[in-house]
Design a protein around this ligand. Sequence first.
Ligand SMILES: N[C@@H](CCC(=O)N[C@@H](CS)C(=O)NCC(=O)O)C(=O)O
Length: 223
Amino acid sequence: MPLRTAVKSRAISAASFKMELAMALKIYGVALSRAYRTLWVAEELGLSYELVETTFTSGVHTPEYLTINPNGRIPTIDEDGFILWESLAINLYLAKKHGTLYPTDLEGEARAWQWSFWGTAEVERPAITALFNRVVLPEDKRDPLAAEAAQKALTAPLKVLDGVVGPKRYLLGDQFTVADLNVAAILRNAHHARIDFTPFPNARTWLRTCHDRPAAQKARQRE
Ligand SMILES: N[C@@H](CCC(=O)N[C@@H](CS)C(=O)NCC(=O)O)C(=O)O
């Protein structure tokens, strides 16, 4: 197992630069949604892209949008005719295709998948439940017990996260990768959802470091 996870450096030749200019990346969504994840990765990679505003209330249900994403969810990308949905799959694809952020060794790649799947399987649902029942829903629709249970369900995964980003700076080692981006993006609203990070100081520092990155800030400015 390599001590450092190798991440491709991004040497751009004149030819590939021209190709990049010709290639249009469209990101369907709004920043105040899971599309933030994809805006963030696009900003990290320095991609030029068009944000096609598609709201999660009405935009996702139009017949035109349903032809590119039959799930009626955002985000979706259209990269020069190649359509892809599912935010974390999009991010893994863009990171791999465009160089930086993606581990070059097989084990590193597998770990990027591991953390991304872990994020959706272990963290996303309770994080959203806490957010909805503490912030998003009208007060009379909020269920404090559901929020409490969600907070409890997050204890085990946050402990795992805290144990990993204590000794290591980032999930795969000393470099920020798409694994960090995907998991941090899932925890984007943890602060608003008043998830208690007191027992997980390493995870709190790591989360702040990730979201303080200029690319993450730029993605949030699209709101
Ligand atoms: N697993 C999907 C979930 C996408 C998703 O649920 N997006 C929300 C916005 S954050 C949405 O489009 N909701 C519209 C709806 O449920 O009608 C992904 O990560 O891309």
